[in-house]
Design a protein around this ligand. Structure first.
Ligand code: URA
Length: 268
């Protein structure tokens, strides 16, 4: 029924959107999504209209306002990390620095290399003698999702191995899986950009995995550098340098984790 005779009734969603927009507090959801790298406001409105965005578990309607400090906002089931108190640092860990928060031998830790406040922790670990990219954050929910071994976020390493050029048979063994004392490794992507240097991409996160894999095929690692975590890489970060993730990087990390989680735990 039209509200007034002669005036055509507006679609319900439009009325709802108007009512939501008139709520006094919070920021508009599409603005928050755009600020966290999901695209232009128009694109974010389309995401909302398509029912892909939830707030505190409920599908959000266009015009929804949110309190980023309190509301849990998710796109395709993955938290967007819009809270201003959450920080995400990408660090290029130098060799000799440990990934734990404190070291019993008094060695420098990765926590010493980034701002002291807010307190962050590393997502997964690199051995003290391994260099390269490490993510540090205070976002426990995202960290758990990334570190979950079955969610399989890819990590890429460059390994300088001893013993010279790695033969085709050893490369095949690395690709198909090698038997370690804690079980066979999952299939890996392995290439040899130059003799004795391997680019290895794995999605498991076992202790000293790449070193043990290379050793198992007769080529112990001399130097190991992590060059990529899921969508994150940065060749311009020098050893010991860090920077915050851009909104677009945060978004693609969230998306990568959501895709990996769906592969592991498909919706019914
Ligand atoms: N594999 C290793 O052997 N060491 C690391 O630090 C990471 C992966």
């Amino acid at each position: 029924m039209p509200d007034r005779p002669g005036v055509p009734e507006r679609p319900l969603w439009e009325q709802q959107a108007e009512r939501n927009a008139a709520l006094p507090t919070g920021e508009r959801l599409q603005k928050v999504l755009a600020a966290t790298g999901w695209g232009s406001r128009r694109v974010c409105e389309e995401l909302i209209a398509a029912g892909r965005v939830t707030v505190n578990g409920e599908v959000a309607e266009l015009g929804r306002r949110v309190e980023v400090e309190h509301d849990r906002i998710e796109v395709d089931g993955a938290p967007i990390g819009a809270r201003p108190d959450l920080v995400y640092y990408l660090l290029n860990k130098p060799a000799g620095v440990v990934s734990t928060s404190r070291d019993t031998h008094g060695r420098q830790t990765v926590i010493d290399l980034v701002p002291a406040r807010p307190r962050v922790f590393s997502v997964g670990r690199l051995d003290a003698d391994t260099e390269g990219l490490l993510l540090l954050t205070n976002d426990g929910a995202l960290a758990n999702r990334i570190a979950h071994p079955s969610h399989g976020v890819e990590k890429e390493y460059l390994a300088d191995v001893s013993g010279g050029r790695v033969a085709a048979g050893a490369l095949r063994a690395l690709r198909e899986g090698v038997e370690l004392d804690d079980g066979r490794t999952a299939p890996a992507r392995v290439s040899q950009p130059q003799p004795g240097v391997l680019r290895i991409t794995i999605h498991e996160g076992r202790n000293r995995q790449v070193r043990r894999m290379c050793e198992a095929v007769g080529h112990p690692v001399r130097r190991l550098v992590r060059t990529r975590i899921g969508p994150l890489s940065d060749r311009s970060l020098g050893p010991g340098e860090w920077r915050e993730l851009s909104p677009a990087e945060r978004r693609s990390l969230v998306e990568t984790v959501a895709v990996a989680a769906r592969r592991y735990d498909p919706p019914t």
